[in-house]
Design a protein around this ligand. Structure first.
Ligand code: N2P
Length: 360
């Protein structure tokens, strides 16, 4: 009798486990409208565990070592490409993704450079890496003609010396900050030549004393609160900062620019790790994200453009109509993309970045 009862209880527990589906998503911080997370759970009855990160390098370490436990992760295209080659992801089952038909070929053609035929990933958001400023404070430091739309603002030591007082943050993202400095000195931002890459070292050494912090998510609030006056950061994050300041009615005016010399354009891709525990639920999540209204809701909240054509009719005018989010043809031509370093060059870059940050 006792045995029978036990096995009955065990069967119940097993059935419950099979029914309570879950999906574990690992996305960038400040990258979704949380209402969408509860909407997903209500619509699908799948428990959503949602964690955040702010560094491709950190995500890559998890993907390459395996066993992350995540079902959906969001590397940037260049990192995705290297991780696909390392066998970190599984091919999507497109029969489970009917909303793929909503996607926008302008973007999927570009992301196919990292993921041929988009076999492993869908685009979540794309954007640029540029400069956010507290307009009043920067003009107070540098005068009304402060070059807020140029890399001169953050790479010219004489500007940085004056800005240091009101506070400058840089992204802790070598795969973006090194190309930016290469662009500033007129080199190919996608150079893989260690000798060319080494040229950014003196550029950083000259401004390093004036950089308060290398961090990839704190700047949103720091800029909005007036704690810093300049952040090299991601387009939508800086626009979120602008909104937070406006909401706080604290008199801080935040502006974003993709520097005129050229800025990096990147694509954040949702993919399913090869060892994902909940593959079906992962597809359900991807399909949910590719629903036109859901993709629009996400972009309307985070101020990043998405790769979903059908979402465009649901985008707010301050999103689809903002050239900092959906750039014009001309502006697009002024953006550059990069390709992943091979492991040897990557090691050089990692060392160089550690040295730059430590300032020694
Ligand atoms: C969201 C940052 C995502 C852009 N906070 C980095 N690829």
């Amino acid at each position: 009798m006792k045995t029978a009862l036990l096995s009955f209880t065990a069967t119940l527990a097993l059935t419950a486990a099979a029914q309570a589906q879950e999906v574990r998503v690992y996305n960038w911080s400040d990258y979704i409208d949380e209402d969408l997370l509860s909407k997903f759970e209500e619509e699908t009855a799948i428990d959503l565990i949602y964690d955040v990160f702010d560094s491709n390098e950190l995500l890559e370490t998890k993907m390459l070592s395996g066993g992350s436990g995540y079902d959906v992760v969001v590397p940037t295209g260049t990192f995705l490409q290297r991780q696909i080659m390392a066998g970190a992801f599984q091919k999507l089952d497109k029969s489970k993704l009917p909303n793929l038909e909503n996607m926008w070929s302008v973007i999927s053609d570009r992301t196919a450079k990292y993921d041929p035929d988009n076999e492993y990933s869908i685009n979540y958001m794309w954007g640029t890496t540029g400069i956010g400023v507290n307009v009043a404070k920067v003009q107070e430091a540098l005068g009304p003609d402060a070059p807020i739309d140029s890399w001169d603002l953050v790479f010219k030591p004489e500007n940085m010396e004056k800005l240091a007082e009101c506070g400058v943050h840089f992204l802790d993202a070598p795969a973006e900050m090194i190309p930016a400095a290469l662009k500033y000195i007129g080199e190919d931002p996608d150079s893989h030549d260690p000798e060319v890459i080494a040229k950014v070292e003196p550029v950083y050494a000259a401004v390093r004393p004036y950089i308060q912090k290398f961090h990839s998510s704190e700047y949103i609030n720091a800029l909005a609160n007036g704690d810093i006056c300049v952040a090299v950061g991601w387009s939508g994050d800086i626009l979120q900062s602008r909104d937070r300041a406006a909401e706080a009615e604290n008199g801080v005016e935040v502006a974003f620019n993709a520097p005129k010399e050229g800025a990096q354009m990147w694509f954040d891709q949702m993919a399913i790790p090869v060892d994902a525990p909940n593959v079906d639920a992962a597809h359900t999540f991807l399909n949910f994200i590719m629903d036109a209204q859901n993709a629009a809701a996400a972009s309307n909240y985070v101020y990043y453009a998405n790769g979903n054509k059908e979402s465009q009719e649901f985008l707010n005018e301050d999103v689809i109509g903002d050239p900092a989010i959906y750039p014009s043809e001309d502006a697009l031509n002024n953006l550059f993309t990069t390709t992943p370093f091979d492991p040897r060059v990557q090691r050089t870059v990692t060392r160089l970045w550690t040295k730059i940050k430590s300032g020694t």
